[in-house]
Design a protein around this ligand. Structure first.
Ligand SMILES: [Zn+2]
Length: 387
């Protein structure tokens, strides 16, 4: 039933590798991008000279060369442009130098093709094949091979140790939450059990010349965040008291009663209007009104029904808002208050309360709360309602 498709060197990726463009005549063919190909070549030459990945990234950032992602954004290749990836990183460089595409060869997965409907079915991951000389190379085979050798030597010398050092990290409760403001990237948690340190640092620091985020001790950072959270908890406790007061006030209860009455009378008007409309046809059938009058009155009842429905929905929404916001059980406020007896920052507190932390300096952090809009609105309303 299945036949193996011949490897034809078609490029099927989403966008061309950095240094190349997809051919305008054939979307599956790569052509050299005259703007970025020299930079791709330079990356290989630097690597062959023994410069590290991070060093190369730093050079490119210093020179103001747009990163591959920035280039894709500039070329309009995203529907929604991502906000990260504005800088070259060691990972970007690593990705480029291991790709045989730069020597003119295509890496491809083997595919099988159903002989019935022509659909391609992917085989296992091990089935990568290199199809040689599918497009114009940016560098020679010799340079490509040399760079692979240099990279392998480096990995043998340093890679193993680095991986071992990284293994026992323990828990990082700010994982994916603590950000460097200069690089807009989550900060790395580094742990060294031998010298007994636990730090946060920006991995982009060495690559981004504009980054001045200092390395900071985990304990210092957690205390800093906890101090801000504690302040917010105290505010939430006050807000909860205010909400309890407002929700028990005569003014608030009167507003709720008025709204309930409005909802009842809107419902009654809707029923009455519907009854009048259904009686209208009888009136017309008994020839008490003309066809013209019938049409006009029917339109009037329909318009009135719509108006009443909108009015009812407004009353209901306002009632819902007032009764869920102005209660001491307000969800957003309660989520803070429940941590009021905690003595230190915990993973639960972070995951329940915090969306993002931006480290502006060693003693200033900005915290973006989860459900921030809703939370701030409640605090404002409580203040306004309490006056
Ligand atoms: Zn940074």
């Amino acid at each position: 039933m299945f036949t193996t498709k011949q490897n034809n060197g078609d490029y099927i990726g989403w966008s061309a590798p950095y240094g190349y463009l997809k051919s305008e005549e054939n979307n599956n063919r790569l052509v050299i991008d005259p703007e970025t190909a020299p930079i791709a070549r330079q990356i290989f030459e630097w690597k062959a000279e023994g410069i590290g990945m991070m060093g190369i990234a730093r050079k490119l950032n210093d020179m103001g060369i747009p990163s591959p992602r920035q280039r894709n954004i500039a070329m309009g290749r995203y529907k929604n442009a991502p906000t990260d990836g504005q800088f070259w990183t060691d990972a970007t460089i690593a990705w480029i130098i291991k790709s045989p595409a730069y020597a003119g060869h295509m890496t491809q997965r083997k595919f099988t093709r159903s002989s019935v409907n022509g659909k391609q079915i992917q085989l296992s991951k091990d089935d990568w094949v290199v199809v040689r000389n599918t497009h114009e190379p940016i560098i020679s085979d010799e340079l490509w091979e040399k760079v692979q050798t240099v990279t392998k030597q480096y990995a043998n010398n340093f890679g193993v140790n680095r991986r071992a050092r990284r293994s026992d990290k323990g828990i990082n409760i700010l994982k994916g939450i603590l950000f460097c403001p200069y690089c807009n990237k989550a900060m790395q948690h580094s742990v060294n059990t031998k010298y007994n340190y636990r730090n946060y640092h920006c991995v982009m620091r060495r690559a981004n010349p504009n980054c001045s985020t200092e390395r900071i001790k985990e304990a210092v950072m957690l205390d800093l965040v906890f101090a801000v959270v504690q302040k917010e908890i105290i505010k939430a406790v006050d807000t909860q008291k205010l909400l309890a007061k407002v929700s028990g006030s005569k003014k608030h209860l009167d507003r709720l009663i008025n709204l309930q009455q409005s909802i009842r009378s809107a419902n009654m008007s809707i029923k009455r209007n519907a009854a009048l409309k259904s009686r209208l046809f009888d009136t017309f059938a008994d020839e008490l009104i003309t066809e013209e009058e019938f049409r006009q009155m029917k339109d009037k009842y329909i318009a009135e029904a719509e108006r009443l429905q909108t009015e009812l929905a407004d009353f209901e929404r306002e009632h819902e808002r007032l009764s869920t916001v102005f209660t001491k059980d307000n969800k957003r406020i309660a989520s803070f208050v429940k941590f009021k007896n905690q003595k230190a920052l915990t993973g639960d507190m972070v995951s329940e309360l915090i969306e993002k932390i931006i480290m502006h300096s060693a003693d200033t952090v900005e915290i973006i709360w989860r459900y921030a809009d809703e939370y701030n609105a409640v605090c404002d309303m409580a203040k306004a309602g309490g006056q």
